[in-house]
Design a protein around this ligand. Sequence first.
Ligand code: ADP
Ligand code: MG
Length: 728
Amino acid sequence: MAILRFQALKESSHRKPIPFQEPARRSEIFAKNVFGEKAMRQFLTRDSYKSVMDAIQNGSKIDRNLADHISTGMKEWSISKGATHYTHWFQPLTGSSAEKHDAFFETVEDGSAIEKFGGGALVQQEPDASSFPNGGIRNTFEARGYTAWDPTSPAFIFGTTLCIPTVFVSYTGEALDYKTPLLRSLQALDQAATQVAKYFDKKVTKITATLGWEQEYFLIDSALASSRPDIMMSGRTLLGHSPAKGQQLDDHYFGSIPSRVLNYMKEMENECMLLGIPVKTRHNEVAPNQFELAPIFEEANLAVDHNTLLMDVMEKVAERHHFKVLFHEKPFAGVNGSGKHNNWSLATDTGVNLLSPGSTPMKNLQFLAFFVNTIKAVNDNEELLRGTIATASNDHRLGANEAPPAIISVFIGSQLTEVLDELEKVTDGKLSPQEKTELKLNVVGKIPEILLDNTDRNRTSAFAFTGNKFEFRAVGSTANCANPMTVLNSIVAKQLKEFKEEVDVLIKKKKMKKDDAIFNVLREYIKDSKRIRFEGDGYGEAWEIEAKKRGLSNNKSTPEALKIKKAQSTIDLYESVGVMNRVEVESRHEIEVEEYALHIQIEGRVLGDIARNHIIPTAIKYQNVLIENVKGLKEIYGKDFKKYAKEQLMIIENISNHIEKINSGITDMIEERKKANKLEDSEEKAFAYGNEVKPYFEIIRYHCDKLELLVDDEVWPLTKYRELLFTK
Ligand code: ADP
Ligand code: MG
């Protein structure tokens, strides 16, 4: 192992940037490998083209007869681009994308062969569902599952394979993936939001959720990463003493990007361009070797697919540049972790961003309606939002001493706070003409100017309004964005439905004018959701105490945070908007608690192995050197030897002490693992892993890290933090 470390260091120190020539204009290669509108016009018949566009825009079904034409057109386009295979590309609940490649190639009776891709193969396939997580659906229902084409996300060519985005469902129709509930939630949101938008503009017929994610990640030299079994097996360092210099100088953030990294980014972004992923921004992040990438926002379903695809592209391109990408939320203790901010908004088919104030008081009232309803939805479902982003790896950010915290709160900035404070004072019942004029001119009417010079930038809030969108910041860097998006769409859909009902009641029963009714309902919502608004520093003890008083949840561990996901209230919510049924909700919870326990189990095994088989033997080796030294001193100085061997003797004792703590820690941890493994109930098991097994990680790590400081660097087996983090 020690040899591996030094080999890796040598290898990494000789690296040169791998050249990559970018095209002069990205626009010229953008979406070249996507079967989008342009390619469809060229390769499809008029009828086929129209039916795909109709499916995309209006969700209509594609005629089975046309599917054959479409698949043939797709095949011709793919072959013209050098593709040889096709696959249904889907996102099972494993967290990464899945694909099984089939060749276009087929033999015919006369012994010759042709390239074939029929409509059947485009529309539906049957992968073996039993090898993917299904949380018990398989036991209750049919074992089989199938993938079905999602025409709203265009097919693309990756490498030499035509990838067709699909949903993955069980034979009885239960969702087995991330995309199915997402699509349902988008539909629910469209329906509810369109009804509300019609109060303000009758021409609106469709509303889409928009998503712009920001992906944070670390890049580590691949040789160095390979020298660390913990990074290879669990995606993070399970031990390692923090370096003398970390991020305290803030000299990495927005600094110049190292050339090896820049070349990697160029090639990776080039791939993104070809795949139609509209990446736009790149920069260094806070921690050393941490970076961020953000695209131009897109319709949420497409944006989710693009993020999943991006993570795949990033890993593949990294290999060529001798990097390993770490998506883990906390790969290194003591330095910043990684998140994936989800910027979310609503767009109408008339081209309006509903979370962006407009040029007239009416448009601003529309803005306020969607703005306040979103805040209300978050207020009423804060615990569910927290549950949605709970994973073993994200626990290292949320709930640990890092922003954002495990408490969900909404930051809106001081000026919008003032606006809501004004609206809270609106008269109960019908508004006088003066009051309405005053409101429209001086409160609602002022919003655009306010937002233009709104400079308050809060960095710690889990859910912040940033000018023309909400930014869900607590999402982890490994997450599939479909999860948080599904929840957000669902809770806002439900909220908007209720809002419409309440406003209509006031209009019909209380004979109020539309504006009066809207102001009245919004006033109550503002009052009801006050507790979720927080403008201060979103982490630390003071906020935790305050949040508790406000009745906000603060679930620090994943098993705790996941409880709400199978609560009756959650099942009711999802059923009310048609996003998931009880079986789907419960199976997802089951998968998530299982996945949590497995995650901690793997980390525990890896840590035990490294500590016992690498660290302890190394410490003993070094201790023997010291013992030899002390023996020698005794030989020379006789009785007086202690005068010269005092420090060595102390180190010898220290080493023994640390070894003892590590070894007994591992023994106890294994005992706890055994006990946990015996538990039948997955949730209990998850709690046991979290509460009984995981605490040993810190104990074992602490003593290993102390040994790292004591033991001769020349024999230390594990590549150190300073080497991992500062190699450029
Ligand atoms: P930052 O938050 O870092 O200051 P920006 O405000 O420019 O940066 O945007 C960050 C992200 O927000 C980008 O990914 C961008 O695409 C996304 N974004 C901007 N407007 C919207 C919108 N209307 N809907 C969804 N995402 C958006
Ligand atoms: Mg941001």
